[in-house]
Design a binder for this molecule. Structure first.
Ligand code: NAI
Ligand code: AKG
Length: 388
């Protein structure tokens, strides 16, 4: 099942549990705006190369649309649509005043030089600058993009609209980025995992963890879990996997990964209906977006595996993006301790609110988070008089 079909299926199930009116359900599902642009750049060797860039703005009932920009060869309209929709429910689960959006460019960032990436980012920004903005749509990093990408977007956007640091989040601290944003998604994963384990009378210390992906989110999660006393016994990325039942030395692996552009030697794979049955974990924390097929969800539920869903587990990134945007608008910088303290408050609250929906709708954590998010967006939509 493709990402959009799976996300829409989860949404429809939540709408049914909430008893939403069919017209409202339809209007919540259809994206506000879908943008597709051609981005042609001169390569370093003088030849021209064309790429397709997307930005899907899914919903703005609760505030400006918010979501990352992904550079990956598999980026396509369906995937960006699904990820934009997930952002709408995620910002509502986190209870931050945003809607949802997502963007991407179909490219292999590892095959482009830094100056080619800069030209591509600037051309993409030129094509979409009139459709994003501080109170309209605020991009951030996602897979294949980082703080430097945000700095280029900020600079290009500012040429058209004047200096506007709040137009992107996840930017370098020197340009108004928030302290703690780099680690925020991984730290939020730690806080959400602590909240889940506490429900079962457990803590991070002494637990064994397996992590798929070792970029921004995976490496920070590994580092913070280790600091909290957890044992990370296996990690995979696109280049391979490492395993050590005594616990992997994360600092050494980070150095190796930076020097070798990944962990080599093993083919990674996502969770799907073919491998879900082989999973022995008791808990799955979805630090990535949409890593589990609905078919795999069903298999894992039968096996009694508890899944902490993406729109809750990885909401720490967009939550600190919100703190960054607030700091930019106020022109006042928070210290890192305050960022991390507030993040913990937001993550714990999101977990508690999700559990409350699980209890009142007799559903699992994924449906708890979906009903929570969808209900908040539905209420805002009705209050604004948009449902008819
Ligand atoms: N960066 C952020 O703040 C947030 C990211 N996310 C999600 O987290 C996930 C990771 O994002 P980032 O860490 O930012 O990206 P990144 O580009 O920094 O790292 C991605 C990592 O995933 C690995 N990977 C890709 N395909 C894989 C596969 N099939 N098996 C094993 N590993 C694989 C890559 O080798 C790399 O280590 C994405 O799904 C993203 O949408 C969610 C919330 C916020
Ligand atoms: O920080 C943000 O605004 C968005 C992060 C993101 O793309 C995500 O949560 O999937």
């Amino acid at each position: 099942m493709n990402a959009l079909a799976a996300t829409s299926r989860n949404f429809k199930q939540a709408a049914k549990l909430l008893g939403l009116d069919s017209k409202l359900e339809k209007s919540l599902l259809i994206p506000f705006r879908e943008i597709k642009v051609e981005c042609t750049i001169p390569k370093d060797d003088g030849t021209l190369a064309s790429y397709v860039g997307f930005r899907v703005q899914h919903d703005n009932a609760r505030g400006p649309m918010k979501g990352g920009i992904r550079y990956h060869h598999e980026v396509d309209p369906d995937e960006v649509n699904a990820l934009a929709q997930l952002m709408t429910w995620k910002t509502a689960v986190a209870n931050i005043p945003y809607g949802g959006a997502k963007g991407g460019i179909g490219c292999s960032p590892g095959d482009l030089s830094i100056s080619e990436l800069e030209r591509l980012t600037r051309v993409f920004t030129q094509k979409i600058h009139d459709l994003i903005g501080i109170h309209t749509d605020v991009p951030a990093p996602d897979m294949g993009t980082n703080a430097q990408t945000m700095a280029w977007i900020l600079d290009e956007y500012s040429k058209f609209h004047g200096y506007s640091p709040a137009v992107v989040t996840g930017k370098p601290v020197d340009l108004g980025g928030s302290l703690g944003r780099d680690a925020a998604t991984g730290r939020g994963v730690l806080f959400a995992t602590e909240a889940l384990l506490a429900e079962h009378g457990k803590g991070i210390a002494g637990q064994r963890f397996v992590i798929q992906g070792f970029g921004n989110v995976g490496s920070w999660a590994a580092q913070l879990i280790t600091e909290a006393g957890g044992k990370v016994i296996a990690i995979s990325d696109v280049t391979g996997a490492v395993k050590n039942s005594n616990g992997i030395d994360i600092a050494k692996l980070m150095k190796h990964s930076a020097e070798n552009r990944g962990i080599k030697g093993f083919d990674g794979g996502v969770i799907n209906k073919d491998n879900a049955d082989g999973i022995k974990a008791k808990y799955i924390i979805e630090a990535a977006n949409h890593p589990t097929d609905p078919e795999a969800d069903e298999i894992l539920a039968k096996k009694g595996v508890l899944i902490l869903p993406d729109i809750l587990a990885n909401s720490g990134g967009v939550t600190v993006s919100y703190f960054e945007w607030v700091q930019n608008i106020q022109g006042f910088m928070w210290d890192e301790e305050k960022v991390n303290r507030e993040l913990k408050t937001y993550m714990t609250r999101a977990f508690r609110d999700t559990k409350e929906m699980c209890r009142s709708h007799h559903c699992d954590l994924r449906m708890g988070a979906f009903t929570l998010g969808v209900n908040r967006v539905a209420r805002a939509t009705v209050l604004r008089g948009w449902e008819a």
